[in-house]
Design a protein. Sequence first.
Length: 176
Amino acid sequence: MGQSTAAGFSMSHALIAELQHEAQVTRTVLERIPTEKFDYTPHEKSMTFGRLASHVAEMGLWYESTLTSEELDFTTTDYEAFNAATSEELLEAFDTNIELAAGLLANASDEDLMVNWTMKNGDEVIFSMPRIQVVRAMLMNHLYHHRGQLSVYLRLNDIPVPQIYGPSADEGQPPE
């Protein structure tokens, strides 16, 4: 695993622990999304259920460009959004991408995580910050944000919302 601090614990250890914990919760949300609801959208400006879920499933791939390069330039990248065709494909992609992300983090030293990383579109710099900040803000927090949206989509479709950070109205309530 990444190089340890004096206490024997590296930043990558903490990131991996959080990633794995949150991935279990996220997978539970993704497991509830039926293929037949992939075209559902709560609003004309919203992503479809399937597109939003696919976006969440693909985010683990983004650790590769973040941890193996120092920039992402949209003008030189052939990005094609992942769109799962089935619930099974969605879960398979999510599991594979989370495993990839954890492996990449395991090989990242504290020094690697402090290297500046830049996202740009040609000459326009969108942001430039240490990799650890990219991992926390653009990868982890971004995933949590969209997972929250997915939980609303579940509710709007009368699909039980799992516990995320405690009981939901559907699960985990103490007996009365």
